[in-house]
Design a binder for this molecule. Structure first.
Ligand SMILES: CC(C)(COP(=O)(O)OP(=O)(O)OC[C@H]1O[C@@H](n2cnc3c(N)ncnc32)[C@H](O)[C@@H]1OP(=O)(O)O)[C@@H](O)C(=O)NCCC(=O)NCCS
Length: 293
């Protein structure tokens, strides 16, 4: 039985449905606002918020989001994603391909600490809802977190920085926003409780790093953990682009991860002469041994 043509057209129109943008000849509306009224009026962080949340942020929310985006842009070529973008350029990749290569390695292991940390904060919040104080809630949530993500808590400790220089200014802004009633301050308290439990357990400071502090901000702003990762990648894309562009200006061809005069470590069979006959004999002997065994 052939379908009613009107039903086919209706179905085709519904194939993609979006509440983000409406486009007609000469008209582009973002979340209902004509684009010409947004251009020159709202900032990029406000635009990001409008796109992903549906409404414009308050000034305080936009300030916090912007601070988190500013703080995460780069951590230098020791970060594999940054190195990859530079190496890709030296292999002749275009900027978009270099950026895609770099972004593709950002996941649970590299760049995923913020999302994991946001999940942990949510777990702690659930445990604290049972009337526990925050540090007890951290202790109660820890096994659940560690079962999912392993023993190390994302967002705390750092390979390079005894104290991450990005944390204090970010948390300072959260405190200001909490005092102004822009956010609740619930997640900064949770983050601090995690820091103090980890530090007590390890008998040495395990301070909150950039992922832990941006996790505080994204959680205070009501973002879900996977969106936290998306926002981090948006920010880090700026660093990835800048390094790709700088490498393009510097030139350089097929640069590997280390200068050629620094050897990698070979762990295989020591150098030996190739003798096909001897080789065949060894294979035949091995086969015979296996048959006998
Ligand atoms: C960066 C990192 C690898 C440093 O670990 P490290 O080199 O072992 O650091 P330390 O020597 O200071 O660790 C001392 C102890 O604290 C533990 N520790 C360190 N960071 C920890 C964390 N975030 N959660 C739980 N335990 C931690 C270590 O496992 C070690 O325990 P051990 O003595 O039982 O082996 C680690 O802190 C980490 O992986 N942090 C989370 C990842 C993250 O947020 N990455 C993004 C960084 S911007």
């Amino acid at each position: 039985m052939s379908e009613d043509p009107k039903a086919i057209i209706d179905g085709a129109e519904r194939w993609w449905s979006t509440s983000i943008i409406d486009v007609h000849p000469g008209e582009i509306d973002i979340r209902g606002y004509p684009i010409e009224q947004l251009i020159g009026t709202i900032t990029f962080p406000e635009m990001i918020w409008l796109m992903v949340r549906g409404e414009l942020p308050t000034a305080g929310q936009a300030r916090l989001l912007e601070a988190a985006l500013v703080a995460s842009v780069d951590h230098g070529p020791h970060a594999p994603s940054i190195a990859i973008s530079r190496m890709a350029i030296t292999c002749g990749a275009e900027l978009n391909n270099a950026m895609a290569s770099a972004i593709n390695v950002l996941g649970d292991v590299h760049g995923g600490a913020g999302q994991q940390c946001m999940e942990f904060y949510q777990m702690i919040r659930r445990h604290a809802a049972n009337g526990r104080d925050l540090e007890a809630a951290v202790e109660a949530a820890l096994p659940e977190y560690q079962e999912k993500h392993g023993k190390v808590v994302g967002g705390f400790g750092h390979r390079w920085h005894p104290v991450d220089p990005r944390t204090a200014p970010l948390l300072g802004l959260v405190e200001e926003a909490a005092a102004a009633g822009e956010v609740t301050g619930e997640y900064i308290a949770i983050g601090r409780a995690v820091e103090s439990v980890l530090t007590r357990k390890k008998s040495k400071p395990i301070p909150m790093n950039i992922d832990g502090s941006t996790a505080v901000i994204f959680s205070e702003l009501g973002f879900e953990p996977d969106m936290g990762r998306g926002l981090f990648i948006l920010s880090r894309s700026v660093g990835i682009l800048s390094h790709a562009w700088e490498q393009k200006q510097q030139g350089g061809r097929i640069k590997g991860p280390m200068p050629k005069n620094i050897p990698f470590t070979y762990t295989g069979t020591r150098r030996r002469s190739f003798d096909r006959e001897l080789d065949q004999q060894k294979i035949a002997t091995a086969k015979a041994d296996r048959r006998r065994a």
